[in-house]
Write a protein that binds this ligand. Structure first.
Ligand code: SF4
Ligand code: SF4
Ligand code: FES
Length: 252
């Protein structure tokens, strides 16, 4: 076992564990949006999971660093919070914040993180840009909201795990990057009807089952188990920036 000190608390974990995972397993919450347990190569794209490690001259992302014995880590320094707030503001600068009608309202990771790092969901420091298309309905029964998508890639990851070959991929470039379903044909419809793992894993409200879809379904028990299998350890109850306990739901 590896021992390390995080925020003056000694924790133990297995060799090969990422620093982010080790902290979450020990009820030390670090904001994160693009990481899932078991990812071989975490994309480290959301830039939220910064920590300071003794000996490093600048904060580093914790999702793509393995723990080492004797590591000394701080998760709540001024530099860490500054970087997290900047990354978060950038995400929000291309995000349509309209929570009331959003299916993710009250269980959205953006809402949780905003509260945790004490920042509003409509920061004014950066200009705000939105894509022209508010909703894409190319899929037979799933709606995609490009202006809600934070491009975390979790939907692609779970689709890949579930079907060996992901039916979802990133498309386009730069500001126009979005996710797309590969071949909205009978074959993908067949897979999706018994799945929706992508909808379940989306940390925001970017993927949703179309309202007028009559029972697309949806093997709910299996999906729920699948979600728990993948996300259980990330579901943490946070209150006033304090970790209280680990449960199966994120709540404030
Ligand atoms: S994704 Fe989250 S922050 Fe964005 S509109 Fe939906 S609930 Fe609000
Ligand atoms: S649709 Fe959801 S899970 Fe997929 S990349 Fe966008 S935010 Fe992430
Ligand atoms: S969780 Fe580490 S960069 Fe996204």
């Amino acid at each position: 076992m590896i021992k390390l000190l995080v925020d003056n608390k000694e924790i133990e974990t297995k060799a090969g564990t990422t620093l982010l995972q080790a902290c979450l397993d020990n009820s030390i919450y670090i904001p994160n949006l693009c990481f899932l347990e078991g990812m071989e190569n975490p994309p480290a794209s959301c830039r939220m999971c910064f920590v300071e490690i003794k000996g490093e001259n600048r904060p580093v992302t914790s999702c793509n660093i393995e723990v080492t014995d004797g590591m000394v880590v701080k998760t709540d320094t001024t530099a860490v919070r500054r970087l997290q707030r900047t990354a978060f503001e950038l995400l929000l600068s291309v995000h349509h914040v309209d929570c009331r009608p959003c299916p993710a309202n009250k269980k959205c990771d953006l809402q949780h993180i905003a509260k945790f790092i004490k920042i509003g969901l409509k920061p004014k420091r950066l200009d705000h840009y939105l894509k022209d298309t508010e909703i894409e309905q190319a899929h037979p029964f799933l709606d995609y909201y490009p202006n809600r998508c934070i491009l975390c890639g979790k939907c692609i990851h779970v689709c890949q795990i579930r079907h060996d070959k992901a039916l979802i991929a990133f498309a386009k470039r730069g500001f126009n990057t979005e996710i797309t379903f590969n071949g909205e044909d009978d074959k993908s419809l067949l897979y999706c009807k018994s799945c929706i793992a992508c909808v379940e894993i989306c940390p925001v409200g970017a993927l949703a089952i179309r309202h007028n879809t009559k029972n697309p379904n949806l093997d709910k028990p299996e999906i729920t188990n699948y979600k728990h299998q993948i996300t259980n350890k990330f579901q943490i109850t946070i209150s006033k920036s304090q970790i209280r306990s680990k449960t199966n739901c994120l709540e404030f």
